[in-house]
Ligand binder design. Sequence first.
Ligand code: LLP
Length: 450
Amino acid sequence: MPVSTPHIGFAYVDGDLRAEGLALSRIAATVGTPFYCYSRQALTSGYAGLATALSHLPAMICFAVKANSNLAVISTFAQLGAGADVVSEGELRRALAAGVPPERIVFSGVGKTRDELRFAIEADVGQINVESEPELDALNEIASAMGRTARISFRVNPDVDAHTHDKISTGRRQDKFGIALAKIPDIYARAAAMPGVTPAGVAVHIGSQLLDLTPYRAAFERVATLVTALRAAGHTVERVDLGGGIGIRYRDEDAIDFQDYADLVTEIFNDLDCQLIFEPGRSLVGNAGILVSTVLYVKEGEDRPIVVVDAAMNDLKRPAMYGAYHEIAPARQAPAEAAERAVDVVGPICETGDTFAIRRKMPPVTAGDLLVFGSAGAYGAVMASQYNSRLLAPEVMVDGDKYAVVRARPSYDDMLAMEHVPAWLTRGGAEDSATEEAAKGAETATRGVA
Ligand code: LLP
């Protein structure tokens, strides 16, 4: 994209920002804004970059579906040979529907329900990552009752600070994830004697958006030492799952280079002779997607102009939730001589938190212009909600000069169809039919109380 972020697949041509061969304004004219847009080329080249860096290792790349769970995105990676890392039955169903072979699916997560565990065993997923002793017991019980044996790895909490945002750090001892390293040998031995599970290895994931290899080194070294200790105790350890977390450039950060990451992994695990699983999410999709919005109004605020766009925190939650920075640029490139000015960029939602940027230097924009948010391919659409009863933004995938809407914008009827006013709530309403009259009655009654 535009200014500082390297967005493969998005570039200005004759002043118009294009997704591969297509002007975003053309897609916007048909799809309407706001919408997410992914470049298939960017997805593919991101995956190829990581796969190449890891190609000399016995590696399996399981795309972390939580970062972007659109079926077309998962399918893009599945066609390249990727597996999937999933954290719910919903994500597991998506991975299967997108054509990921079950044996290439890892089921992670700190709170899998019994139904979810049962579903995963039925689907015959390749690995279930166990995060606690009670979960181990539940899984053993469920699998035994089904006459099955689940292949498991234990998620280790290595007590390493990933030096990332507090809300996405997962490997410190006080974090809710994994099992303390010192407890693993005992629990591994217990599991080895259980009929319903086969312990195959260990897993670690210390956080997301890591920009430095140092915490990885600390965690990986602890895990490698653990593997050696488990083997010395007579256990079979065939697999090590190294999680995800590789950070990307949102603004001017030095992102972790896939090759440097692969070199570190090689240094620590090359001689351990085990299959290595990777769970990258953000690094495969973050800069392969953008969010396109329209400027509704430019309001002269007391201190500076306020640019009100039609995208909001319900569409892209990261700025409101983590104070995250996303690049913002007009889809029609400003003339070089246009003077930049500092503006706030905000959405229409009724809270001040619905602010994408404060005092952001931008070329002049006016109502009707398209504004594009960069690095929105990861944890964008997946974290969207209908807050303020706004419809979920659609998702589009571009491939060369063609595009497809890979998730449609729902209609207002779709939104209302899930809800139901029970007859007992409306005065005199017949069972299950909230007639207009009954609804009116309820309204009057409510007003009466107020
Ligand atoms: N594996 C496990 C067990 C995870 O918990 C995660 C992310 C990943 C893999 C993928 O990590 P990645 O490669 O994407 O960093 N919503 C936040 C990010 C939450 C990450 C949660 N876990 C954000 O918008 O920054």
